[in-house]
Design a protein around this ligand. Structure first.
Ligand code: UN1
Length: 504
C-alpha cells in the first residue's frame, strides 16, 4: 500500500473527527463497524440497551410536548438549517456513505443530495400543512379538518440507504411537530453518528430545539423491538426486508400504533417492440447493477419482447461483461462491493437455483479483492420461477422474453413484492395500459426510465409485500400527523345531522 494513502479506517476516523463525532462514540464498544470496501474494521461502537431505549422514549415524549406547540414554519427553520449543514458537509458525509455502504463516490454524494432535497421539500411544506374546509349540511355551521403533530416517531433504517431514509422521515416528522428516535442498521452505524452530529450543529444554530428531539440509538435488534412494542411510540417507520416487516407490522398493529413499512422489492422492467433500445440498455444497466444491486428499487426481472430479444440481450450481456467492478473509493468502478459475505452466499445460492431451473448465467463470479466483490449476473431464464420470484439483495437480473402484452403484465404482477416497475415503449397504448388500473400493481410505475433512482418529490413505497407505506414527497407527510375533523356551530339553533329530531 502507498505509504501516503490512509487506510479506509483512517479516512473514516478523520471524517468523523472533522464532523465532530467524538472518539468515545466509536471506540471501545461492542458493535464492530466494517467497511465493505476493504473489509477493514472502522470502529467499535458502544451500544444502547433496552433501558436506554425506554429512557430515550421518555425524553422524546417530553420533547414532543414542547415541539408540537412551536409553529410549523418555525419548525421548518430547524430543517432549513439541517439542509444548510448537509450542504456544507455533503462531500464528507457522501464519502463516509461510500466507505460504509460501498457505493460509488457519485452515488454516495447522491444519497446526501437526497437528504438535502427532502429538507428543502419539508421547509416548504412547513407552511403547507393544509386541511380541508368541508361543506356542511347544517345551516350556521362550518366543518374543517386540522392536522396535528402525532407524537414520537421510531425510524428503523437499512444499510443500503443508511442516511437518506432517516432524512426522508426526520425532515417530515420534525416539521410535522414530532420527535424522532433513530435505530440505524448495525452495518452502517458511523454514517448515523455523522448525521446525528450534523443535526446537532443545526439544532445548536436553531437554539430552541428541545432536548432529545431527534435521538440516535446505536445497537442491536432489541432496540428496534423496544421501539416497536412501546405504546409511547406513535409511529414506526421501518425500512428493510419483508421478513422484518412481517414481525414489525403485526406488533405495531396489535397496540393500534401506526406503521410505515418499506420492505422488499422484486422490481421488473418490460421492453416493448417500439422501445428505444439504446436508452433501455442504459436504464436497465443502472437499475440492475447500480449500487451493486443493493437498492430496494433495483431492477431484478426483465421481460424483453421476443422481436427485440436478439437486438437487446447480446448488448446487455456485453455491458454485464464489461462493467467495471472494484474499490469505489480508489477507482472509477461503477459496481462496488456487496455489503458482506452473507450477501455473497445468498447471491451464489440464487444463481445455483436458477441454473438448476435452466437459467443461463453471465457473470456472477467473485472478483479477487479484499471484501466481497462480485461481477453482476445476468440470467436468461426459460420461465419466471424459483429464485426469480424472490428478492435476493445482490446484482442479479433475470431476463425472460414475452409475446402477449396481457400475459407479460400478469407475469410482471405475479410476485409478492410491489415496489417499483418500468416499461420501455414509445407506443402510447402500451404506456397507458401499463400505468392503468389493470397495469403495474406497484407503488412506482415508470416509463422509459429504470426502476431505481426515484426523486424525493413523489411518494415513495409499494404495495403487497412491500408493506404499503409511503415516505418522502407528495402527501406522505400526513402519515406523520393526526387528523381532527372539527364541526363548529355559529348559529343560535342546534340542528342535528341527518335531520334527526331530539327535542327535550
Ligand atoms: C432504498 O433502496 O431503500 O429510488 C431507497 C431510489 C432511491 C431510494 C432507494 N431514491 O433508488
Amino acid at each position: 500500500m502507498n505509504a501516503h494513502m490512509p487506510t479506509v479506517a483512517q479516512e473514516a476516523a478523520a471524517i468523523l473527527d472533522r464532523l465532530g463525532v467524538s472518539a468515545s462514540a466509536r471506540t471501545g464498544g461492542s458493535l464492530i463497524a466494517r467497511s465493505p470496501v476493504t473489509g477493514e474494521e472502522t470502529g467499535r461502537l458502544p451500544v444502547a440497551s433496552v433501558a436506554d431505549t425506554q429512557a430515550a422514549i421518555l425524553t422524546a415524549e417530553t420533547a414532543f410536548k414542547t415541539w408540537r406547540l412551536v409553529p410549523a414554519p418555525r419548525r421548518g427553520e430547524l430543517v432549513r438549517l439541517l439542509g444548510e449543514e448537509l450542504r456544507a458537509t455533503k462531500a464528507e458525509l457522501g464519502r463516509l456513505v461510500s466507505i460504509e455502504a460501498g457505493k460509488s463516490v457519485s452515488e454516495g454524494l447522491g444519497e446526501v443530495q437526497e437528504m438535502i432535497d427532502i429538507c428543502d421539500f419539508a421547509v416548504g411544506l412547513s407552511r403547507q400543512l393544509y386541511g380541508l374546509t368541508i361543506a356542511t349540511e347544517r345551516p350556521g355551521h362550518r366543518m374543517m379538518e386540522t392536522w396535528h403533530p402525532l407524537g414520537v416517531v421510531g425510524v428503523i433504517t437499512a444499510f443500503n440507504f443508511p442516511v437518506a431514509v432517516w432524512a426522508w422521515n426526520a425532515a417530515l416528522a420534525l416539521i410535522c411537530g414530532d420527535a424522532v428516535i433513530w435505530k440505524p442498521s448495525e452495518k452502517t452505524p458511523l454514517t448515523a453518528l455523522a448525521t446525528q452530529a450534523i443535526f446537532a450543529k443545526a439544532a445548536a444554530r436553531f437554539g430552541a430545539a428541545p432536548e432529545g428531539l431527534a435521538q440516535l440509538l446505536i445497537g442491536a435488534g432489541d432496540i428496534g423491538a423496544a421501539l416497536v412494542e412501546s405504546p409511547k411510540v406513535a409511529l414506526i417507520s421501518a425500512t428493510g426486508s419483508t421478513r422484518m416487516g412481517r414481525i414489525v407490522g403485526p406488533k405495531v398493529a396489535a397496540r393500534f400504533g401506526r406503521s410505515i413499512l418499506e420492505l422488499g422489492g422484486n422490481n421488473a422492467g418490460i421492453v416493448c417492440p417500439s422501445a428505444d433500445l439504446d436508452m433501455a440498455l442504459r436504464a436497465i444497466a443502472f437499475g440492475a447493477m447500480g449500487t451493486a444491486g443493493q437498492r430496494c428499487t433495483t431492477m431484478r426481472r426483465l421481460f424483453v419482447h421476443e422481436t427485440v430479444a436478439d437486438a437487446l440481450i447480446p448488448r446487455l450481456k456485453k455491458a454485464w461483461e464489461s462493467v467495471s467492478v472494484g474499490n469505489p473509493l480508489t477507482t472509477q468502478a461503477l459496481v462496488g462491493p456487496l455489503v458482506d459475505g452473507l450477501a455473497y452466499d445468498a447471491m451464489q445460492k440464487a444463481l445455483a437455483a436458477a441454473e438448476a431451473l435452466g437459467g443461463r448465467v453471465t457473470g456472477g463470479t467473485r472478483v479477487d479483492l479484499p471484501g466481497h466483490y462480485v461481477r453482476p449476473a445476468l440470467v436468461e431464464m426459460p420461465a419466471q420461477q424459483g429464485p426469480v420470484l424472490e428478492e435476493t439483495f445482490a446484482p442479479i437480473l433475470y431476463v425472460m422474453t414475452w409475446r402477449d402484452f396481457d400475459e407479460v403484465i400478469a407475469q410482471h404482477n405475479a410476485v409478492g413484492a410491489g415496489l417499483s416497475s418500468s416499461i420501455f415503449t414509445t407506443d402510447l397504448r402500451e404506456m397507458e395500459m401499463f400505468l392503468s388500473a389493470a397495469g403495474s400493481d406497484c407503488g412506482i410505475a415508470n416509463v422509459n426510465i429504470g426502476t431505481s433512482g426515484a426523486e424525493i418529490g413523489g411518494a415513495f413505497g409499494g404495495e403487497k409485500e412491500t408493506g404499503g407505506g409511503r415516505e418522502s414527497g407528495s402527501d406522505a407527510w400526513k402519515g406523520y400527523m393526526r387528523r381532527a375533523t372539527n364541526t363548529i356551530n355559529f348559529s343560535r339553533e342546534l340542528p342535528l345531522a341527518q335531520g334527526v329530531v331530539f327535542d327535550i
